[in-house]
Ligand binder design. Structure first.
Ligand SMILES: *Cc1c(COP(=O)(O)O)cnc(C)c1O
Length: 352
């Protein structure tokens, strides 16, 4: 497949000052379309709206998948991506789950590299800043009727984003949700399918209304086992051991989660993937054996947890302060991503 490059004639002003998240987009985007059983018409083109018929299938049945990753630029002008192949491989797994045709991983990876290089002046270089990358695929067949669409658009948009932590790493407060569930085994929770996020909003608003930052999700069947936090995976240091919920079908297999496990194991730290009972976590918080809790995901990288709200009580973790393991995995991962530290794992893809 050819990749056409159509450059904008009207470049936008680059943002000045503090960057938020996901509100500003660069001058160009990558687009390709699926018609008659194949992907084609691949191009990097000026960023622009799509015109879609009201009958377009994604509006009605939500057949869509997304990904999220970041590009980093340091003050030497070096540009790095973090394990981007994993994102496109995971996208194909998500696609397969909801009957979207697979993409050619090598082709879109190359298109992404070209797009990021074209937009390199948009990559912010301040502490904690990055260019957020959002690949998405949507069903675009114009027909009602519940079936897998025959037409799709795949696109990648880029958004310069600010530091996730404005005032350094701050421990967050989690609310354990015992009524609403995010995903059940056999459903789509294991994949980055858009409907999962609509399903999570209600509990998110409830937690925010009660004064918490994020929801801690429990399993859908028994409401006994911890699954994730917000849109992050979760790790616990309990009894001196690092544990994280095993991927049993309703948990998103995070690339940050996998990187943390590989990083800790490379240091000789044991990491157990298993079912984690909320009762054991609360018990650990009460008797002091739960020393650290942190979330992992592309946006925050590592998010320390200081408080867990369960029932009508709040339980402090590690005195409400960030722990040593949390700090060290944050420093190491962000160091590798930005090029401040060596990358012995070969995770980073240097573009320039
Ligand atoms: C994206 C996501 C994660 C984190 O995945 P990363 O690859 O580490 O960014 C975790 N949970 C959910 C529900 C997600 O959507």
């Amino acid at each position: 497949m050819e990749l056409e490059i159509i450059k904008t004639k009207t470049p936008k002003q680059k943002p000045q000052g503090k960057l938020g998240f996901g509100k500003i987009f660069t001058d160009h985007m990558f687009v390709m379309e699926y018609h008659n059983g194949q992907w084609g018409n691949a191009r990097i083109q000026p960023y622009a709206p799509f015109t879609l018929d009201p009958s377009t299938s994604v509006f009605h049945y939500g057949q869509a998948v997304f990904e999220g990753t970041k590009a980093y630029k340091n003050d030497k002008g070096e540009i790095r991506l973090f394990r981007p192949r994993n994102n496109f491989e995971r996208m194909n797994e998500s696609d397969a789950r909801i009957c979207i045709p697979p993409i050619d991983v090598d082709f879109v990876l190359d298109a992404l590299k070209q797009l990021v290089l074209l937009e390199k002046d948009w990559i912010p270089t301040g502490e904690g800043e990055s260019l957020y990358i959002r690949p998405t695929v949507i069903a675009t067949e114009t027909a009602l009727g519940v079936h897998a669409a025959h037409d799709y658009i795949f696109f990648i948009i880029l958004s310069p984003s600010g530091a996730y932590y404005a005032h350094g790493l701050e421990p967050v407060k989690l609310y354990v949700e015992e009524h609403y569930v995010r995903a059940a085994r056999g459903g789509t929770g294991h994949h980055k399918v858009v409907g999962n996020y609509a399903a999570s909003l209600k509990a998110g608003e409830k937690a925010a209304g009660l004064g918490y930052d994020q929801v801690m999700w429990l399993d859908a069947k028994e409401h006994k086992y911890v699954e994730e936090v917000g849109s992050m995976n979760i790790f616990f240091v309990l009894d001196g051991k690092v544990v994280t919920p095993a991927l049993l079908g309703s948990i998103l297999p995070g690339i940050t989660r996998r990187s943390v496990i590989e990083l800790l194991r490379s240091r000789g730290v044991e990491v157990e993937e298993k079912e984690v009972a909320i009762a054991d976590i609360i018990e650990g918080a009460k008797n002091g054996k739960l020393t650290e809790v942190f979330g992992t995901g592309t946006a925050a990288v590592i998010s320390p947890v200081g408080t867990i709200g369960y029932g009508d009580k709040d339980y402090l973790v590690g005195g409400g302060k960030m722990g040593e393991i949390t700090r060290s995995v944050y420093d190491e991962l962000t160091g590798i991503q930005t090029g401040k530290r060596e990358d012995p794992f070969g995770w980073v893809v240097r573009l320039q």
